[in-house]
Ligand binder design. Structure first.
Ligand code: FPP
Length: 262
């Protein structure tokens, strides 16, 4: 991804004491970074605020991480915004989230346009409330010509549901005689996932210290490196992202093979 180096230097100029941009190997930036944005509720509760205030603060963080990833030349940034299990939250919180998703997409359109960000949704957005779905569809068309970083938002997403959907589609094609079951390989399955055409995540970041995958991108994270931080998502900023990338760059990725570094 083409990067404006002057803008990047400026965006990362005001650095904390332990980390600078110079520490990052720009040739080894993960192509696809994925964020499990956890801890909004606890961030708010710890400040005596309503949980929904945490989600609002989480949006500010997401905006910063989108910009940071564009400046770093990341190809794909994905983020887990709402899982198929999140419908079980109190109705008020679900309603606020659905409203926030729609409002955020509209509010952030100028940023997405300015930075040439293409948006895709991972998950079944047809099941969202009418207004949210309409806004998402409008926003998608507004960004459809963009050629820069892909922002993949997982909304009403579940990894198992995604695999069931793929299995169903493959079975239908086989039954219709358009697909030979013997020719189904990993690429065929991948092409039936919401992430079709996107590289798999190389780095998955989970905030707020939970050590779980939570039904997220189950197929796609087969070889991803995980970075878990205790920081709540609303406190996750560009420098936290740099720390995650530095941890990633310090690892020896073997993909099931042997250590080639020594
Ligand atoms: C997890 O925190 C966070 C969420 C369920 C929602 C995150 C969504 C955003 C930041 C906005 C995304 C924007 C768009 C346009 C899709 P939590 O509530 O699980 O926190 P807790 O674990 O402390 O309770």
């Amino acid at each position: 991804m083409l990067v404006d180096e002057a803008k990047r230097a400026e965006y990362f100029s005001d650095h904390p004491s332990d980390v600078t941009l110079d520490m990052v190997d720009m040739a080894r930036i993960p192509r696809h970074i994925s964020c499990i944005m956890d801890g909004n509720g606890r961030w708010a509760t710890s400040r005596g605020l309503a949980r929904t205030e945490g989600h609002k603060a989480g949006i500010v963080s997401l905006r910063e991480i989108i910009t940071a990833c564009v400046r770093l030349g990341v190809d794909v940034l994905s983020a887990y915004a709402f899982s198929t299990e999140n419908w079980n939250r109190p109705k008020h919180e679900v309603n606020v989230l659905m409203h926030l998703f729609a409002k955020t997409f509209i509010d952030e359109l100028p940023l997405l346009k300015r930075e040439n960000v293409r948006v895709v949704f991972l998950g079944d957005i047809s099941a969202l409330p009418e207004r949210t779905r309409q806004v998402f569809e409008y926003g998608l068309t507004e960004c459809s010509e963009h050629t820069g970083m892909v922002l993949a938002l997982a909304v009403n997403y579940g990894g198992r549901a995604e695999l069931v959907r793929a299995a169903r589609e493959l079975a239908q094609e086989a039954a219709a005689g358009t697909l030979d079951p013997d020719r189904i390989d990993e690429d065929t399955v991948a092409s039936h996932l919401y992430t079709a055409g996107l590289p798999d995540p190389e780095l998955v970041i989970r905030t707020s210290g939970e050590l779980r995958v939570s039904n997220y991108l189950l197929w796609q994270i087969a070889y991803a490196e995980f970075y878990i931080t205790d920081t709540y998502w609303p406190d996750f900023d560009r420098w936290e992202l740099i720390r995650a990338i530095l941890a990633f760059q310090g690892r020896n990725r073997r993909f099931g093979g042997l250590n080639t570094a020594s």
